[in-house]
Each structure stands twice: as C-alpha cells, then as structure tokens.
Write a protein that binds this ligand. Structure first.
Ligand SMILES: *Cc1c(COP(=O)(O)O)cnc(C)c1O
Length: 451
C-alpha cells in the first residue's frame, strides 16, 4: 500500500509523507494505491462494531505500518468521543416526499466540538500528524483556507499540539458570525493557532494558500502543511462514517437500495463516500446537492467541467467555484464519465429554494436544518421525484443550524436554541490579524510565527 500522485503514478510516497507534504512534488493530489475491498463476512464484523472501533479497523488499511493498530484504536477512541446519530426526522408522520416506500434518514455529522462534519477528518488527521511529528521532532506550519467550518475544526483539532502552528485564513464577510467567533477564539494570545482575516473572498484565501505551497522556497522555509481537503489525510477519515452508517442502515432495511445525498463544495465529503463504496459500503447512488456554485452538477449534466469564480450564498461553506477534489473523483473512475454518472447524480438550488425548504421542514416536522443540510435534502427529494423507485435515503447533515443562527433565525422568524458549547465562545474576545490578499502580507505573518 502506497500513495501516488494523480498526475504521475510513478511518483510515490507512504502515508507519513502524503499527510505531512500534503501535495506531491508535481503538484498532484495523493491517491491511495489500493482501496481495501471487504468481503461480506468482514462487513458483518465491521457493522457490529461501534463507530470508533470500525474507524480504527478501516484506518489500519490506509496508514499501513507507520502508526500501529493499537495506536489507531486509541486515536479513534479519543477523536470520536461524540455521537453519530442516524435520525428519522419525520416521526410517525409520513414524509411529504415519500413516493411509496422510501425511508428518509438524516445522518447528523455535527455533534463534534465545532458542530460541523469536518471534525471527523480534522480530529483524526490532527492526531496522526502530531504522532508522526513527535517521532521525527520536525516542526510544521499548517496553512488553511476556510470558507467557514474547516478553520474551526482544524484549529480545535491542533490546539496545543506540539511542533505545529496553525494559520487560518478566512474571508472578510464570507463566514457567519458564529464561525468567525469560533475561528478567532480557539487560541489565546500565546497559543499555536492564529486567525487571519483576508480582505477578499474564499477563492482569494485558497489562492494565497496555493501560491505559498507552489513557491518552493517559501514552502521549504516554513515547512508548510495543508489541512484542506487537498490533503489525503482529510479525505480518508471521511470514508469511515459512510461505511459504518450504511451498514447500520442496511441492517434495518436489507431489501432496499441505499442512496446518500451530500451537500457539497470542494467534494471532499463525496470523495470519502466514493472510497467507502469501493470498500464495500452498501450505497447504490450518491446525490450531490450544490448551491449556485455548481460546477460538479453541471459536469454531471453535460460532461463538461467549467469551474467559475465563486459567488456568495446562504450555504457559505459550499461557495466553491473550483472544487479541489474533482481530480480525485475522475481518478477513482479512471476519468470515465459514464461510470461516474452511473453512481453520482446532482442538483443545484438557489438561496430562495433553500430558505423555503428550511421553513417547510420546520413547519411540518419541527426539525431545524442548516442551509447546507437543506440543500442536501432538497437534492434527495429531487432525486426521488426524478427516478421514482423505492430506496432508503440518507441525507448527510453537515453542520448544526446554530452555526448559521443569524440566517436560520431570520428565515424561521424566531430564535432557535444555541448549544451551550457555542454560547460560551461568545464570552471570549476575538483575536485575529487582517491582511489584503497579497502573498507578501502572508509571508510577514509566517515570519512572525517562526520567529
Ligand atoms: C465544508 C462543508 C461542506 C462541503 O463539504 P466538501 O467536502 O467541501 O464538499 C458542506 N457543508 C458544510 C456545513 C461544510 O462545512
């Protein structure tokens, strides 16, 4: 088992290098050379495990011998110390979208410390990276661009980890109040986490990160590492909850096909799902929900991939014009458009449609969806309406609605309850620096961190 660059199969590395270097030397994305394909009997064993043990078993196939099995069990138990509920929000009442026998589940991935699904990847990745760095006593600066949730999850996962400094770049006016409060209160004034507000868009933040990484001298001088989903260490743990949850769902509804709907931006979450399917997760189709930044949905419809500059929407964590995992998806299916469209379906929605859906689901079922989850659920419903067959549907809920409280409360016309963990961050003072989207300004920040 090794990792190879998607641009050149002969460029190889192990998990350690792939995680810490983030990108291959030719700028390619690291891909696992083999995906374990589990036999029926192994899947039965995995289904019977609790989530963190299942995650440890799966990760053992990707991490190979750099981190031993027992360490992985400990890492996963420590990382995944929160709930992973598979809910049906409709109680006894029939979902209005039930065509005939479709179950409508919500997989809530937002019960981690920063209340977004990114905790699953960040907490695993953070623990693996600090384990590996503690052996080599190498130092790393993690440079991360965030459209809202990544920065918080990475900052939380790496807080006080030795040998690591984290610099989080977030767009001015591009993240919600709660997200900004979270990002700017993770560390204290002398911690290893720095928040930097960029006077620009998320694309500008991502552009700065790319520029720093592709500048060989800067990359070397500061020993940079990426925690965005270009890093394969982010994508692998995102396969764990697809495999585990689909096995649970299959056990309760053995005779129906299973469809997962994923609200998507950079397509890292979808890539995790597709990896799980390769491993044997009983998922028949994936539905991708996009907001009006919908290059992947347009690709599925037409076969043409035309990334565009991002525009700002209600589901800000998905305001991605050029999804950085698109090449991985092509690679998983050898670039075969027909194979991709046999598995993936996509629909996109405006803010207006998203708002209406949040209202409707709250009015009818008393369940509050965050704007991202609402896009995913709309996409699931669109898939049902289009294909009209019986299946078990699982919509992936990517964030807690309270992270977007200013919009959700406005849409519902009432204040929703905020979890205690969020209330407490509002007592802390925000600490951040502001820069314009210039590489020289980022370099000054980096220089301050190493000095
Ligand atoms: C990051 C994020 C997404 C998009 O996930 P990708 O892996 O980038 O496709 C969706 N919803 C929320 C709440 C997010 O934070």
């Amino acid at each position: 088992m090794h990792y190879y660059s998607h641009k050149d199969k002969n460029l190889k590395s192990n998990f350690n290098e792939a995680l810490l270097a983030s990108l291959a030397g030719d700028g390619g994305l690291w891909m696992p050379s083999v995906t374990p394909a589990f036999k029926e009997s192994e899947l039965i064993e995995l289904a019977a495990m609790n989530f963190s043990d299942c995650a440890a078993s799966l990760s053992n196939h990707f991490v190979t011998n750099q981190i031993d099995k027992q360490t992985l069990v400990d890492i996963c138990a420590d990382a995944y110390n929160f709930d992973l509920p598979i809910k049906t929000i409709f109680g006894d009442r029939q979902s209005p979208y039930v065509i005939s026998n479709c179950q409508d589940y919500i997989l809530e991935l937002f019960h981690g410390p920063t209340l977004a699904f990114k905790d699953f990847a960040a907490r695993f990745m953070g623990r693996c990276a600090s384990k590996l760095l503690s052996v080599s006593s190498e130092k790393k600066i993690i440079l991360v661009a965030t459209s809202g949730d990544t920065g918080g999850a990475i900052g939380d996962a790496f807080l006080d980890q030795k040998n690591i400094t984290v610099i989080i770049l977030f767009p001015k006016n591009g993240v919600s109040n709660v997200q900004e409060q979270q990002l700017c209160t993770i560390g204290s004034s002398n911690s290893n986490i720095y928040a930097v507000k960029v006077d620009g868009t998320f694309d500008d933040c991502q552009g700065l990160v790319k520029e720093a990484f592709s500048n060989k001298s800067m990359n070397k001088k500061f020993s940079l590492m990426s925690a965005n989903s270009i890093n394969v260490g982010r994508v692998i743990p995102q396969s764990f909850y697809y495999l585990w949850s689909s096995l649970q769902v299959k056990t309760s509804n053995p005779n129906l096909p299973i469809v997962y709907s994923i609200p998507s931006g950079n397509l890292g979450n979808l890539t995790g799902g597709l990896l799980a399917k390769k491993m044997g997760a009983p998922i028949d189709y994936f539905v991708v929900g996009n907001n009006l930044n919908d290059p992947f949905v347009r690709y599925l419809k037409s076969g043409n991939y035309n990334p565009l500059p991002s525009i700002s929407t209600l589901s800000n964590a998905m305001d991605i014009g050029r999804p950085n995992n698109f090449p991985r998806i092509l690679e998983l299916y050898s670039g075969d458009y027909d194979k991709i469209t046999n598995v993936c379906h996509g629909f996109s929605f405006s803010d207006d449609e998203t708002e209406k859906h949040i209202k409707k689901i709250f009015r009818e079922f008393g369940y509050v969806m965050c704007p991202h989850t609402a896009v995913g659920h709309l996409a699931m419903n669109a898939f049902k309406m289009k294909y009209k067959f019986d299946f078990t549907g699982v919509t992936v809920a990517t964030a807690h609605p309270s992270k977007f409280t200013e919009n959700v409360d406005r849409i519902l016309g009432q204040a929703t309850e905020m979890p205690i963990s969020l209330k407490s961050i509002f007592k802390k003072k925000k600490i951040y620096k502001t820069i314009s989207p210039e590489i020289s300004e980022l370099e000054t920040i980096l220089l301050n961190c190493v000095s």
